[in-house]
Design a protein around this ligand. Structure first.
Ligand SMILES: N[C@@H](CCC(=O)N[C@@H](CSS)C(=O)NCC(=O)O)C(=O)O
Length: 286
């Protein structure tokens, strides 16, 4: 009897697994073999490569554990920066200059409570750049956006998603072609933004994540605004599988979020008033 090609392939794999099991191969090797040859393995390890004309740099503020992202079109040299931090504005401006980029926009995923945005000062350091934030945030900026308003730099396009829950004005920025999303504080790696101040609403956060972020392809990279454990990126698949909060039911999630009992961010009293003014309030003189 002739076996169809697919059955032959799976019979071959089965034999291989049996052979591996019968030898002294360690369980780790077996696990790696299974991951490599299963769907979940490829989903986990195969983010789409960035295109050659796309520049990506993750930057870090060690005082507040904030990630800032500098993106650029390598042909036109137009750049955008996502979630810059005031104290790092000079570093970021110097990097933009060193690389021969022109900063078009300083984007904020939301009105941060733990640090002052660098967008106001960057506008002064890099004249011509404009600050951007969601209208729903209530913060001042040169450009107010809502869901669906595209943000472009060179030929690249950021699609904007409204993902309120941590704050009313939270947005996530997707670049479909590069297979990545910048989630701000909406999805953190194995966590999510707290919902106990500003306009926090755990039900909204949960619904927005499940309907707008977890519906993206599994291999999309997730870049958050913070990580407190040293992790740098995740993927839609990883967070759908391992996020200890967002994998729960909505009711369980609300219960978790209502009982986090986290201390308030140390800089909340200076950050919120400054960020309402786009971070131009109390700019360091140096
Ligand atoms: N200790 C930090 C603040 C830590 C914190 O509250 N982070 C926020 C995002 S910044 S408002 C958050 O949502 N955390 C979620 C979590 O589960 O930790 C400081 O003092 O700045």
């Amino acid at each position: 009897m002739r076996l169809p090609a697919l059955s032959l392939l799976s019979a071959f794999r089965q034999t291989l697994v049996q052979q591996v099991q019968n030898t002294s191969v360690t369980p780790l090797l077996l696990k790696q073999y299974r991951l490599k040859h299963s769907d979940s393995g490829s989903k986990m390890f195969s983010p789409a490569p960035f295109t050659k004309d796309f520049f990506f740099r993750q930057l870090f503020d060690e005082a507040t554990w904030t990630y800032t992202y500098l993106l650029a079109d390598l042909n036109t040299r137009e750049a955008v920066i996502i979630d810059p931090v005031l104290e790092k504005a000079k570093r970021d401006a110097n990097l933009v200059k060193d690389l021969g980029f022109t900063l078009k926009y300083a984007l904020n995923t939301h009105m941060h409570a733990d640090h002052i945005t660098g967008s106001g000062w960057l506008k002064q350091l890099l004249p011509g750049s404009k600050s951007v934030i969601a209208k729903a945030s209530g913060a001042k900026a040169d450009i107010h956006i809502k869901e669906g308003d595209p943000v472009t730099f060179g030929r690249h396009r950021i699609d904007t998603l409204a993902t309120p829950g941590h704050t009313n004005g939270c947005m996530s920025f997707v670049i479909h072609e590069q297979g990545c999303i910048f989630t701000g504080d909406t999805v953190l790696i194995r966590g999510c933004g707290r919902t106990d101040f500003q306009e926090g609403d755990p039900a909204h956060l949960y619904e927005n994540v499940h309907s707008k972020i977890f519906t993206l392809p599994d291999n999309f990279r997730i870049y958050p605004a913070h990580d407190y454990k040293g992790l740098m990126e995740s993927s839609v698949w990883e967070e759908k599988t391992y996020n200890p909060r967002l994998t729960k039911t909505k009711e369980e999630f609300i219960n978790i979020m209502d009982n986090l009992n986290l201390p308030y961010p140390k800089k909340i009293d200076v950050s919120l008033p400054a960020n309402r003014e786009c971070g131009v309030y109390d700019i360091p003189k140096e």
